[in-house]
Design a protein around this ligand. Structure first.
Ligand code: NAP
Length: 266
């Protein structure tokens, strides 16, 4: 199956990866929508599609309408969509939003979600990324699965409840870890020290996470219950209330996990 006709509703980070990849895989991208016409045009040119800034002017010939707008806007955008016919499919790409609200405008609807973080100008190899699809009807499931398989060999049927849990896991693993990396670099820079010296420990930390059970390899002052070290660290970041709270909270969580609160202090 090739040449599925697709309309892209959204032209942000995700659409800039999904839409050219679907085009390359043989889908026929008919149109790209964005509130801002020049944003829609920048993406539509890459895939030989038309561009529009009006949901009232959406091309009505597509088989799949792929909604890739920010999560908080999904409801309001769905409300402005035309009613789709009984063969058309409406899918969103959100990890944390139920597909149910898509049912207001389509008989066939579902999710087309990739468990990865995308930025417009950062290349991503979609073939290495797990895709989670779900359809409310056999038609929606079949077409969304076929589309996902054109991008990646790893495609699973995942419902709203499980997708939300995977999304939370990805946020903790990716967004929170990245934020810690950002705060760590800033801390060193603020103290006129070089964040680059951390690169080997960053690399070895992620190598170990990738190659072993992270719960078995925890090290550090909290794991050892070195309370004097913890106090020295907290003194250095006492001006930053949020970072202090993160430090204390992670320390408590590590102690609880390994039951080290009651270990004798040296
Ligand atoms: N990026 C990722 O890593 C990633 C990964 C998996 C899933 N997702 C999901 O993909 C979806 C899009 O995320 P993104 O990262 O591509 O976001 P983004 O880069 O911030 O782009 C957001 C898009 O939403 C549009 N938009 C925002 N508010 C709107 C409104 N009120 N009405 C109409 N359009 C509106 C923007 O339009 P304008 O161009 O007009 O501003 C833009 O096209 C989200 O559901 C997100 O959870 C993202």
């Amino acid at each position: 199956m090739t040449n599925i006709k697709v309309v892209s509703i959204g032209s942000g980070d995700l659409a800039h990866h999904f839409i050219p990849a679907l085009h390359k895989a043989g889908c026929d991208i008919l149109q790209v929508y964005s509130r801002n016409l020049s944003n829609a045009e920048k993406l539509s040119i890459k895939v030989k599609a038309t561009a529009t800034d009006s949901l009232g002017q959406l091309n009505t010939e597509a088989e799949v309408y792929l909604l890739m707008v920010k999560d908080d806007a999904i409801k309001e955008v769905v409300a402005q969509l035309p009613q789709l016919n009984s063969k058309q499919i409406l899918a969103h790409s959100s990890g944390a939003t139920s597909i149910i609200l898509l049912g207001k405008k389509a008989e066939n609807y579902g999710s087309f979600y990739a468990l990865q973080s995308f930025k417009k100008n950062k290349p991503a190899d979609l073939s290495e990324i797990p895709f989670f699809i779900f359809g409310n009807t056999p038609l929606a499931t079949r077409v969304l699965r076929m589309m996902a398989r054109q991008l990646s060999p790893t495609v699973q049927e995942v419902d709203d409840k499980s997708r939300l849990r995977y999304h939370l896991a990805a946020v903790m693993m990716n967004n929170f870890t990245n934020h810690l990396a950002c705060k760590t670099s800033q801390f060193l820079e603020d103290n006129h020290l070089d964040p680059k010296v951390l690169l080997p420990i960053v690399k070895s930390s992620f190598d170990k996470i990738l190659n072993s059970d992270p719960c078995l390899i925890q090290t550090g002052p909290a794991r050892r219950n070195d309370v004097k070290v913890e106090a020295k660290h907290l003194a250095l970041i006492k001006e930053d209330a949020y970072l202090s709270a993160i430090y204390k909270s992670l320390t408590q969580s590590i102690k609880k996990t390994y039951n080290t609160e009651n270990d004798a202090h040296s």
